[in-house]
Every structure is written in C-alpha cells, then in structure tokens.
Design a protein around this ligand. Structure first.
Ligand code: GDG
Length: 497
C-alpha cells in the first residue's frame, strides 16, 4: 500500500458529469469556442476545480473531430469556468446515435419519470439500456485516464472522483474495478440531483440490480434529503439483500461499507442577492396588478398544468382578484425531442389560451406566458418584484427556484408557496406548503398569500432568507468534500506508522 496523505486538499478532485461546465460551439471558420453555462452546480464547483488544478470529465455538447481541441478560456471571461485550462478538461466523445438513445432515451424517457415516481410515463427499452451502459463505460474510461494523470502529477494525494446524477449511475462500477486492477488509489463519491424513488417503483426497472450495484461501487453516496437516502437503503436491502444500517446510513456491498448522506444542495445566495440589487426595474410592479410568478423548465414533474388550473379556480372562487392579479409564467424549453415534452407544450398552449380567453378584458389578461429562456439578471428582477412565487412540482429532487426567489427578496417580502413534494418543501418551513394535487386548496392558499399582512410576510421571509444564506451552495460543496475527506483520513490512519 502507498502512503496516503492525511491532509485532503481539493487538488485531487475529478468531477464527472454528463455535460462539461461549458458548452462548445463551432465557429464559422470551423474552430471551437466555449459558451458559458449557468447553474448552481457550475458556479460552486468550477472555481474549486480551477483553483486546485482539478479535472472535469464530461460531454462537450457537440461531436468533436480528431483535429479539434478544447479551447483555452479567453481574456475577460467572467464565467465561473474562467481560468479552467484546457488541460483540466477531459471531453467524452459520443456517437450521435448512442447519445440519442442514452440521453433522450434512457436518461430522460426512462429514469427521469421513474425516479420522479411516475412509472406510467416511463419507456422501458433494451436499446436505451444498452446505450446507457456503453456511454457509462465511455465516461469510466476517460475518468480512468484522469486518474492516471492525477497519479503522475500528484502521487502523494488520493484523488477524489465526484460523479453527478442519474446519467452516470453505472460509471463507478467500472472505475472501481479497473482502478483496483491498475493499483490506482481513489475515493469515489456520487450525488443524485433528483429523488431516489421507493423500492416499489425502483423494482419496475428491469435491470434495477445493476443500478443499485453501480451506485454502491462508490464510497459516499449523497442525496438531497433523508427520505431519498432511506429509499435507497431500502432498495439495497430488498433488491440486493445488502446489510444496511438505517440509523448510521450505511450499506455493505462487496466487502466494503458505503456511506449514504443527506446533503441538501443550496444556491449561490450572495450572487442572487447581488443580482437583485443590480437588476433594473423589470416592469412587473408598474400597473398596480399583483404578480404571481412561476419559473420552471417545461417539465411534467413541475406541476404546470395543475398550477394553471389552480389559478383559474382562484379567479372563479375569489372574483375580487379579477383585473388585479396576473400569473407570470416563464417556461424554459427542455428536452424538446421527447414526446411527453412535446405533448406538454401543446397542453400548456391550449390551457393558457383557454384561461386568457375566459377572463380577459380589453385592458387586462390573467396570464403572461413566456416560452423561452430569460437572462439570469432579468430573472433576479422578476424574483425581486413579484408578489408571490408559486412553486408547485408534483415531485422534485430539491427545487432551486424556491431558494433563488427568497434570495432576491431584498425589498418587499413576498410570499413563497411551495409543494411538500419538492426536497425544498421539507426544509423551507416558513413557506406556505400546499399539495399540488388539491387544486381547490392551492387556490385558497393563493388567496391567503395575496392577502397576507406585511408583518407576517416579513417574519416568514426573514427566516427563509437566513436559512438559505447559511446553507448555500458553497456549504453544500464543502459538506460533500468534508464527508469524503474524512474517509480518506480514516484510511490514512491505517497505513501511517
Ligand atoms: C435538477 C433537479 C434540483 C429557470 N428558468 C430560467 C432559468 N432557470 C434556472 C433557475 C434554476 C434552474 O433553472 C432550475 O433548477 P431547479 O432546481 O428548479 O430544477 P431542475 O432543472 O429540474 O434541476 C432539481 C436541481 O437539479 C439541483 O440539484 O434542485 O430538483 O430536478 O437555477 O434559475 N435560468 C435562466 N433563465 C430562465 O428563464 N437564466
């Protein structure tokens, strides 16, 4: 055994995710440029990889040619990946057909609905699964390259491989096996950004045992909340016969002990707070109409249809709001090649039209519907100036919109309405929690939010903001690295004289 260093510095970090932290685009003269991709994960994790000389393994967003190479970041780049050198990026090249079957197929038409406990929407197809296995192997091969590079560059450190999300649930298996064969030291962590479903749902997947074994090839497995951890432990026990300890959250597998941890993700709070200070007036508060805001990827898990129905019910049952409120819904196009998403787009278009047709007057319509993406700066302005945020997913791993909304309430305290079926619902206690399946109750809660006195709004919002400020995305990242760092230190004790 090699000597293992006690101090775990992040310089040994290898992040593995479906997408690289930026997108590559082809230029007219056939070169490549990096386009920034926003998102809490990139904001938090990329700077650590940059500063510590870590590595990032992922798909670059296009087919790379033999002669292509990842460009360096350009001068003046202010994105979180500024300074991430091309030598720190290992891109995984994937065949178009494989990517389609893996990404639109297995990831988004099978695992996404299944893990959100919507098995009737899931398609089970052996071709999807074969492609998923192949792509996971491809990611593992490139990660092993990264590990070899780390061993050469920093032989004194134990590299930490941090795999993200449901796209890569098998990767740890191959990485562990081959790393052992080649005597490459590493610890492997995994974080799932979506819910882990109960065993009754998980066992519908025909190859569920391979998924469980894939995740158990890690040393540390993080989920947003305790419920998902318990669902996973339950599945390991009932699906694989693993010995588990629910209290200590441990599972035994292949002679190793795997730690399971609830590690709820946060947002870059201060960045949103600052954007809210800088964002110009977005025009929402000019006409004395109260604004109810919804912001989501256009996804059936987000409860958009129920939300529109609840808003319609509000106008029917509390007609005093007619002409005085509006629903501002931003729906970001997402997975537009998958049938369920094409159908949902049609349903939304119809429903918005129906409700507007039913209630509009010459000077007012109840719903403003943006099908498209707005800038983060503009989004911060909407969050700041709306009166109520309506976050009503049917099921959601965490939901960052709820957190971003409270981070932007730097002026008037607004009201957050939140579904208990989002991970965030389990911790944002001062929000108004409401079951999105109960349309009539959502309408009543909306009425309560729209008429809530300032003092109550303030007390609730202050508490919500204080929590998110402490448990931000940096806290999350540090907690993950600390949990896995402890494991490396414990190993270190075994081999140090
Ligand atoms: C997955 C899990 C979990 C939205 N519209 C615009 C825009 N957004 C940004 C929001 C927010 C993000 O998209 C959406 O994050 P969510 O957490 O709400 O949802 P998912 O995309 O489903 O994320 C989820 C998350 O992973 C993290 O672990 O919370 O449960 O499903 O950041 O701000 N951004 C811009 N314009 C828009 O129009 N710029």
């Amino acid at each position: 055994k090699r000597m293992i260093s006690h101090s775990v510095t992040a310089s040994s970090l290898i992040v593995v995710s479906n997408r690289l932290p930026f997108v590559l685009k082809r230029t007219e003269d056939d070169g490549l440029v990096r386009k920034p991709s926003a998102g809490g994960l990139v904001t938090a994790v990329a700077p650590v990889v940059v500063q510590s000389g870590g590595l990032w393994v992922g798909w670059p967003g296009l087919q790379m040619k033999e002669t292509d190479s990842v460009p360096e970041s350009v001068e003046g780049d202010v994105s979180p990946t500024a300074g991430l050198k091309s030598s720190q990026v290992l891109s995984v090249n994937l065949d178009d057909v494989d990517y389609e079957l893996y990404y639109n197929g297995c990831c988004n038409a099978t695992f996404w609905p299944l893990f959100h406990s919507m098995p009737d929407r899931a398609i089970f197809n052996e071709k999807f699964w074969m492609a998923y296995k192949k792509v996971n192997e491809d990611f593992s091969e490139i990660t092993l390259k990264a590990l070899r590079k780390m061993q050469t560059d920093h032989p004194e450190q134990v590299p930490l491989v941090w795999i993200h999300d449901y796209h890569l649930m098998l990767a740890a298996n191959t990485i562990r096996q081959k790393a052992e064969e080649e005597n490459l030291q590493c610890k492997i962590g995994f974080f799932l950004h979506i819910p882990f479903p109960p065993w009754d749902i998980m066992k519908i997947f025909p190859w569920e045992d391979m998924i469980l074994q894939g995740i158990l090839a890690c040393d540390l497995v993080g989920f947003h909340v305790e419920d998902y951890c318990l669902n996973f432990l339950d599945s390991c026990q009932r699906g694989l016969g693993s010995r588990v300890d629910r209290k200590l959250m441990l599972a035994e597998h292949g002679g190793r002990t795997v730690r399971i941890r609830p590690l709820p993700i946060g947002i870059p709070f201060s960045r949103f707070d600052q954007m809210a200070h800088e964002s110009p007036n977005c025009g929402l508060d000019t006409n004395n109409v109260k604004v109810v805001l919804g912001v989501d990827r256009l996804d059936y898990t987000k409860g958009l249809v129920n939300r529109l129905q609840a808003f319609e019910r509000l106008l029917e049952e509390f007609p005093e709001h007619i002409g005085k409120i509006m629903l501002m819904q931003v729906a970001v196009p997402s997975r537009t090649d998958v049938k369920e998403y094409i159908d949902l787009k049609e349903d939304m278009d119809k429903l918005v039209g129906q409700i507007n047709g039913k209630f509009s007057t010459p000077t007012w319509s109840p719903i403003r519907y943006i099908y498209g993406c707005i800038s983060q700066q503009e989004l911060a302005g909407y969050y700041r100036d709306a009166d109520v945020a309506l976050v009503t997913p049917m099921r959601d791993g965490m939901n960052l919109v709820a957190k971003e909304f409270v981070a932007c309430r730097i002026r008037d305290p607004g009201v957050l309405i939140l579904s208990p079926f989002a991970g965030a619902g389990g911790m944002m206690h001062e929000a108004l929690l409401v079951n999105p399946y109960e349309i009539g109750t959502v309408a009543k809660v909306l009425h309560r939010a729209l008429t809530m006195p300032h003092d109550e709004r303030e007390v609730r919002m202050n508490a919500l903001r204080a929590r998110e400020k402490i448990y931000d995305v940096n806290f999350w990242m540090k907690s993950f690295l600390k949990s896995i760092g402890t494991l490396i230190e414990e190993d270190g004790e075994d081999v140090t004289p």
